[in-house]
Design a binder for this molecule. Structure first.
Ligand code: KMH
Ligand code: ZN
Length: 415
């Protein structure tokens, strides 16, 4: 959660020689930003308890425009950990010639003038129960195999139904509530065959009641009919969820095709099956496609979205891009939609950390990333789930149990 204000430093704020504004003014701005964050989170102005760190990094002068931004980075029971940054975005640039004394410039690259960390408190007795600013538990999805990762890249990749089931159980024990499932044939190649999914789901369900989300993305080059294979699984082997890929992207040297008619057809097949769709988005325009699918009645609100960021050829995995997507989601989709993020490669854990801080859900696992640390292969997806759990803890975010995730996603409980 973020809040931001932008304000001009009037000449009345200049306190020191050279029209310098004193640093306390930055803290006053952070105080207002913190107040907005408390109001957003708990419906109360709250109290600023302490600054842990304050750094003044560049001078602020009368006439500068300062943008102050704050983010909630830790969700305590009554305390809220926050980080602040103030940037100079416009500076006066008077010329010697009197006729230009009012000239000013927008800075192409804003200058950071102050950073701080602090803690605010909203006492229990004034917290408003009708304000839903605090995020619920984080749903961690483990994408345990995918279609592209190979054993040559990571020898811990599960391939057979037994291996997939054992890995699903390990991930669930580590804190995952959803398994994003692909299957492979006996040569380890991507497959969308219904019978292979049935076997894997049966074996997973014998070990854990984790939510099973089957892929309908499959591998590049597969037809809609082929990709819909897992939707042949019904009864005790029916998947709880199925992915719905809504837009075409470059995918490394390939193209991952999702033509409008094919997406509509897959949406119909998922609805007929009864699985809950998770909308997979790889680029900003995919949000508009999701809005259009809603309008056509092909999918129903509230949507559960997965931003897959960092695929080569689609939107990169950056803080700025994720922030934009969340804001755009709130602007064009009905309220109540939930989001998760899957960062590709080295972006996986940083994106999971942003999800933990910003109230989203996180996807990790060997489908998207094979390393647990730089140059260190992950021994399966469970260690990556464990890292995501750690990141949630660091930011005071509870991890959803399987039962909580089922309730949050509107899925029926399973014994
Ligand atoms: N294998 C990718 C081309 C999904 O599972 O829905 C597509 C994919 C998406 O993995
Ligand atoms: Zn997938």
């Amino acid at each position: 959660m973020k809040a931001r204000i932008r304000i001009r430093m009037g000449s009345n704020y200049a306190h020191y020689a050279g029209s310098l504004v004193d640093g306390a003014k930055m803290l006053e701005l952070f105080g207002d930003v913190a107040t907005e964050l408390c109001i957003r989170a708990d419906g109360d102005e709250g109290l600023f308890r302490a600054y842990d760190a304050v750094e003044f990094l560049a001078p602020v002068r009368a006439g500068d425009f300062i943008e102050a931004e704050g983010t909630i980075t830790r969700w305590g029971k009554t305390s809220l950990g926050m980080e602040f940054v103030a940037r100079k975005v416009i500076v006066p640039t008077p010329r010697r010639d009197d006729s230009f004394e009012s000239s000013a410039d927008l800075l192409a690259e804003p200058i950071v003038v102050c950073r701080a960390r602090g803690t605010c408190v909203v006492p229990e007795n004034v917290r408003r129960k009708d304000v839903v600013g605090r995020p619920g538990p984080c749903i961690i999805t483990a994408a345990i195999v995918g279609a592209e990762t190979t054993r040559a890249q990571n020898p811990h990749l599960p391939i057979t139904a037994d291996e997939l089931a054992a890995e699903a159980e390990r991930c669930a024990k580590a804190g995952a509530s959803v398994i994003h499932l692909h299957v492979r044939d006996e040569d380890g190649r991507a497959s969308q065959e219904g019978k292979r999914f049935r076997e894997a789901i049966k074996k997973i369900r014998a070990r854990t009641n984790v939510i099973i989300q089957t892929s309908t993305g499959g591998a590049v080059g597969m037809s809609v009919a082929e990709r819909a294979g897992p939707l042949e699984c019904t009864g005790a082997e029916a998947p709880d969820m199925a992915t719905l890929n809504v837009g075409t992207i470059n995918f490394g040297e390939d193209v991952f095709m999702n033509k409008a008619a094919d997406t509509a057809e897959m949406a119909r097949r998922i609805a007929a099956h009864g699985a809950m769709p998770e909308i997979e988005l790889y680029d900003a325009g995919h949000l508009d496609i999701a809005a259009d699918l809603l309008k056509q009645g092909l999918i129903k609100a509230p949507l559960h979205l997965q931003f897959v960021l960092g695929v080569k050829g689609a939107l990169s995995a950056s803080e700025q891009n994720l922030e934009f997507l969340i804001e755009r989601m709130a602007a064009i989709l009905p309220s109540g939609c939930t989001w998760g993020v899957a960062g590709i490669g080295r972006h996986q854990l940083p994106m999971a950390e942003l999800a933990a801080m910003w109230g989203g859900n996180a996807r990790v696992g060997l489908e998207d990333n094979i390393y647990v640390d730089k140059g260190v292969l992950a021994e399966g997806s469970a260690p990556l789930v464990a890292r995501a759990v750690e990141l949630c803890g660091r930011h005071g975010r509870k991890v959803a149990t399987i039962e909580e995730a089922r309730a949050m996603l509107g899925l029926p409980a399973r014994a």
